[in-house]
Design a protein around this ligand. Structure first.
Ligand SMILES: *Cc1c(COP(=O)(O)O)cnc(C)c1O
Length: 370
């Protein structure tokens, strides 16, 4: 073979141009790099309380069965989800994180002649899954950092197969009202699928009565994604789910790997669903932490974007990357969002009271020195 052969030229065109997802820096990596201890990570919207007791107990009990393949149909978890949300099992698709749902959707509905529509500042995985299958991303400029639904509707053409909406949106935390969303979905042509990404649904439900599941009855092209990674504290296990018409779920299940959810994730997710105490505690800690952080921003004279999630974007009025780097040196990992076209903001995941305090002190000291 020719040694000059460039492997990149062999990759699919969409993949050649793909910009890889940038994850929050792992604690171990910062420990290795700077030799620091007592690092806190407020970078990936994880649950600061960790998993609940019930999920941990289910994992313990299941460890001895790890030699066996998991139940590829996820029967038991689907049954629990169906009970909780008033749907039937055939309407549920389980994914290796809800990220996998996004990928299954792209593989099932997008080819190079079709397009996906989503907003500026929207979740970074939408362009990745779209480009990976060679389809075109149509990015609609944001309105006040959130989705401009009128403009998005205008961007939908007969070539549009997927429309992605994150509600609330990550990283901006902006929330669309249920009524505006319902009208938007109702106005979409039936030649496209609307993906409603509700990764932070559990944090919203007390602010706004979320009724998207009711819409499944009248919108056969709607798919709702949710996850156990955020409020349920199981990000490391990778499990999420889609709710849709049974027909749409059938399509997604055709392209899914037979054992895409591991056995520990399946049992832990089911146990977590039944652990309302942990969920309520998580929501309360988030609310208190949000107040603590925004109060701290106020005292520093900083503005933030009001957020319905478990994270908040603070406007530094200066480049975020140097402040991010300085915070790292103080053992605090947050998330720069320059790749979301928000170069002057940082995204802070809400932590425990002690973590929020440590972050605010590090930020105060950093800003006094840059
Ligand atoms: C975190 C997040 C997800 C999914 O995460 P998984 O861990 O793959 O379930 C999906 N959408 C948004 C907007 C998110 O912030």
């Amino acid at each position: 073979m020719n040694s000059n052969n460039n492997i990149y030229n062999l990759a699919a065109v969409g993949v050649q141009q793909l910009i890889p997802y940038k994850a929050g820096k792992p604690i171990e990596e910062l420990e290795r790099e700077l030799g620091l201890t007592e690092i806190i990570k407020l970078a990936s919207n994880e649950n600061p309380l960790g998993p609940g007791k019930k999920a941990l107990a289910a994992i313990q009990e299941t460890l001895s069965t790890l030699a066996l393949y998991p139940d590829g149909s996820g029967f038991s978890l689907k049954k629990a989800l169906a009970n909780k949300y008033g749907v039937v099992e055939s309407q549920i698709t389980l994914g290796n994180g809800s990220n996998e749902l996004l990928e299954l959707l792209a593989r099932a509905f997008l080819t190079p002649e079709f397009e996906a529509v989503f907003s500026q500042h929207a979740f970074a995985v939408y362009p990745i899954v779209t480009q990976a299958v060679g389809a075109k991303s149509v990015v609609v400029p944001a309105l006040n950092y959130g989705h401009d639904l009128d403009a998005m509707l205008k961007a939908v053409t007969e070539k549009t197969r997927l429309v992605f909406i994150a509600n609330p949106n990550n990283p901006t935390g902006t929330l669309l009202s249920q009524s505006s969303l319902e009208s938007f979905i109702g106005a979409l042509p039936d030649t496209c699928v609307c993906v409603l990404d509700e990764a932070y649904f559990e944090f919203v439900n007390r602010v706004e009565n979320v009724n998207s599941i009711d819409w499944l009855k009248k919108f056969p092209n709607l798919l709702i994604t949710r996850t156990f990674s955020k409020a349920y504290g199981l990000a490391g296990l990778r499990i999420g789910y889609g709710l849709s018409s049974s027909e749409m779920a059938d399509i997604l299940n055709r392209v899914r790997q037979p054992f895409n959810n591991n056995i520990l994730a399946l049992v832990a997710a089911e146990a977590a669903l039944g652990d309302d105490e942990h969920l309520q505690q998580t929501i309360a800690v988030n609310e208190q932490g949000m107040q603590q952080l925004t109060e701290g921003f106020k005292q520093l004279g900083l503005e933030w974007i009001p957020s319905a999630g478990n994270f908040v974007l603070v406007d530094l009025k200066q480049a975020g990357q140097p402040v991010y780097d300085a915070l790292l040196r103080r053992g605090v990992i947050v998330r720069p969002v320059g790749n979301y076209e928000l170069p002057n903001h940082l995204r802070i995941s809400i932590g425990t009271a002690a973590e929020n305090q440590q972050f605010l002190e590090a930020l105060t000291n950093t800003l006094a020195n840059v």
